[in-house]
Write a protein that binds this ligand. Sequence first.
Ligand SMILES: *[C@@H]1O[C@H](CO)[C@@H](O)[C@H](O)[C@H]1NC(C)=O
Ligand SMILES: *[C@@H]1O[C@H](CO)[C@@H](O)[C@H](O)[C@H]1NC(C)=O
Ligand SMILES: *[C@@H]1O[C@H](CO)[C@@H](O)[C@H](O)[C@H]1NC(C)=O
Ligand SMILES: *[C@@H]1O[C@H](CO)[C@@H](O)[C@H](O)[C@H]1NC(C)=O
Ligand SMILES: *[C@@H]1O[C@H](CO)[C@@H](O)[C@H](O)[C@H]1NC(C)=O
Length: 311
Amino acid sequence: MTSATSFLFVAIHLACIRDGNSSESFVKLECKTEYHGVYGQQLILGCIVKPMVENVTIKTVTWKRMGATAKDDANLLEYHREKMDLTPGFTFAEPSWNKNNMNVSLLLKNTKMANKGVYECMVNTDRGDTTATISLSVTAKYKTPTMSSIPETNIKENTDVTIFCNSTGGHQTGLIWWFDQFGSNWTRSAELVAKETEDGLFSLSSKFTVLKATSSYTNYTCKVLNVNGAEEGMASFVIQFAPRDLGSKADHLDIVSTTKWLAPVVVIGSLIIGLLAALLLFKRRSAQRGHQTDTRHDQDVEAEGLNSDRN
Ligand SMILES: *[C@@H]1O[C@H](CO)[C@@H](O)[C@H](O)[C@H]1NC(C)=O
Ligand SMILES: *[C@@H]1O[C@H](CO)[C@@H](O)[C@H](O)[C@H]1NC(C)=O
Ligand SMILES: *[C@@H]1O[C@H](CO)[C@@H](O)[C@H](O)[C@H]1NC(C)=O
Ligand SMILES: *[C@@H]1O[C@H](CO)[C@@H](O)[C@H](O)[C@H]1NC(C)=O
Ligand SMILES: *[C@@H]1O[C@H](CO)[C@@H](O)[C@H](O)[C@H]1NC(C)=O
């Protein structure tokens, strides 16, 4: 009885020691603990099983994204008893992975904003178990902005022109700065509208109105910056003024039309002046002649008076 009891005790004790050893494990999982993914790109969360003994065979691999509670954990990849269970968009990074391949890295085929979070990789082998966690942040960059204007073309000098600078794809509200071709900063005169689009991304549209645009300032540049002030894109826009030679033709026409109306004015004017001069001269002469007849008439009257006196 006593020998049997002591044997049982030893057996239990040995089992405990074995358990303790196996939970300590002859395998280790080495992963980079932090990853920064980029929206729309593929990403590998790298994990390697490091065996401390030879001939380790993997029995189970589980990759999950951890939720707020264990119930919200999302299984992304599960290998168990030679069977693979994958969530679309996730797979082993090694194209033809098998149980003897210690590279258990996870591939995200198309990184989304929603993929950010904490990931857990669990590996069970015939020589022990191992677990590691990785935190993933995802950023998205603004695309090169596109620019347009209202009106688009044939713009006249000294009219107001509204220029747009639009960009999409950032993961936070960004900024848009404006400059003219001489480097003056016009950002204060611009209006920025930011909108959240699908999958947690943002679109920016900045509106800048050039008051009384002139063809000596045609080239405007806008720069897109992320929330940290780093430049992510830039574009330039040239205001499409009405062709200049049309303008000089109009000037020429002006000169031609001026001479057209000036000539008759000069002719008519000189004619009028001539006529006036002639009229004046004629009046003066006739006035002189009138005076002469008058005196003659007076003389006549006097003569008549003399005659009557004589009568
Ligand atoms: C590992 O496996 C090889 C071949 O399968 C065998 O020759 C070797 O003895 C094994 N080593 C250990 C430590 O089990
Ligand atoms: C694991 O596999 C991936 C995909 O083939 C590879 O990019 C990575 O470098 C491998 N890691 C190591 C440590 O070999
Ligand atoms: C930029 O956005 C504004 C306002 O949404 C729009 O009117 C304009 O056409 C857009 N321009 C370009 C080049 O996308
Ligand atoms: C341009 O102007 C904006 C708004 O005043 C300012 O925040 C920004 O620092 C300026 N940028 C440069 C390069 O001067
Ligand atoms: C407009 O200005 C930008 C920045 O100064 C320059 O890179 C670009 O070549 C200019 N475009 C034209 C058509 O002059």
